[in-house]
Design a binder for this molecule. Structure first.
Ligand code: HEM
Length: 126
């Protein structure tokens, strides 16, 4: 199995876990567990990709489809930034501060859309 296939399989499971986590959004214990695993695994996947072939380096020198690659990397980086927002607002709610509830929900929808877009665009850049 090529490392590319291995990465795509992991990415599929991560996305699936995220959807399951959203499904359990009304059950904080299960939701938080699933989302923490999702985010941690996604960060580990990025690390694996970067360490194995230098994604940033590839992006800088790609001639295959630079436009798609730029779009893909931009969405992927935004997703990671959104993860930190999700953890911050999620932790606030766990501390009974529900003033961030709307922000968590809005950012949550954006995060799912961005992570899905990262997944879809990844097929165009390999
Ligand atoms: C990508 C990551 C995440 C996404 C997409 C996400 C999404 C959501 C969504 C859509 C809701 C329901 C909001 C509503 O309509 O009421 C929710 C609720 C919640 N989330 Fe997250 N979340 C994520 C990560 C986290 C993390 C990391 C934490 C904790 C550290 C967290 C804690 C919570 C809590 C406490 C609730 C409220 C549950 C309740 O009492 O009903 N979430 N989340």
């Amino acid at each position: 199995m090529s490392s590319q296939v291995f990465f795509q399989i992991q990415s599929s499971f991560i996305l699936l876990l995220m959807y399951i986590g959203i499904y359990y959004r009304q059950f904080p214990t299960r939701h938080v567990k699933l989302m923490v695993i999702t985010i941690a695994w996604d960060l580990i996947l990025i690390l694996q990709i970067e360490l194995s072939r230098g994604a940033i380096k590839k992006a800088a020198h790609s001639v295959v489809n630079p436009t798609f690659l730029t779009i893909h990397i931009s969405i992927a980086v935004s997703t990671v930034l959104l993860y930190f927002g999700m953890i911050y607002t999620g932790r606030k709610m766990l501390q009974k501060d529900y003033s961030v509830h709307k922000a968590h929900r809005l950012m949550g929808k954006t995060t799912v859309m961005f992570r899905t877009a990262t997944y879809v665009t990844s097929f165009f850049v390999v």
